[in-house]
Design a protein. Structure first.
Length: 222
């Protein structure tokens, strides 16, 4: 069975969100014109997450999720990869001004005292900090439509559409998946939150990170 026929068969099994009525209107002055786009992206992510909840859908859809500068591909067999410390291959330390320049003026940081060192590698800015005694890695890149990281996941990894405030995101949990960062070897990754804030793609990772904690930390970034 080819992909088109699989998709047609899958369409009847998924409870798609109801399409709202479309009415052309003029936006009042000062209205945030990004809201319809954000809502559309969130709706698409919700539909994709619903599709992955149907067993047949993992083989039927395009097997890719794309969010900002990150892609997630579901595969039957993961490539060879090993566990590595979250501090591995983060690159040299950089100052806050240099990090902002690298990210084209966009930089979101947790409220830490003292501030954790920033690292830069392949246009990605990262910092490692502790949350309740657990290491958490924050990585971000101002990528627009370019991809800065790739993830390969098996059917045992769960992908759930989430919202970080008004921003669309994905929560990956369950079995470890493989992540590829620029200039670094493939490694196994634990629970991860990925979301898009404007042209900034952000990623929070922690081996025992919970969805609630990840969303709380993401919302607190400034």
């Amino acid at each position: 069975m080819d992909l088109e026929r699989e998709l047609r068969a899958l369409a009847g099994e998924i409870a798609w969100p109801q399409t709202p009525p479309l009415q052309p209107t003029l936006a009042p002055r000062g209205r945030d014109l990004r809201r319809p786009l954000i809502a559309a992206v969130a709706l698409a992510l919700a539909a994709l997450a619903a599709a992955f909840a149907v067993p047949q859908s993992r083989a039927a859809i395009l097997r890719f999720l794309h969010l900002g500068g990150a892609t997630i591909e579901f595969v039957s067999t993961l490539p060879r990869a090993q566990e590595a410390p979250l501090s591995s291959n983060l690159g040299p330390t950089v100052s806050v001004p240099d990090a902002r320049t690298l990210l084209r003026g966009s930089l979101l940081l947790p409220r830490l005292a003292p501030q954790a060192p920033l690292h830069a590698q392949g246009q990605v800015v990262s910092l490692l900090f502790l949350k309740d005694g657990q290491e958490v890695l924050l990585s971000e890149a101002n990528t627009g439509s370019a991809v800065f990281l790739k993830k390969l996941a098996s059917s045992a990894t769960n992908a759930t559409a989430v919202q970080v405030g008004p921003d669309p995101g994905l929560w990956l949990s369950g079995a470890p998946h493989v992540v590829f960062f620029p200039g670094a070897p493939a490694r196994l990754a634990g629970n991860v939150l990925i979301w898009q804030h404007g042209t900034l793609t952000l990623r929070l990772e922690g081996r025992n990170l919970t969805e609630a904690d990840a969303l709380e930390m993401a919302a607190a970034l400034r």
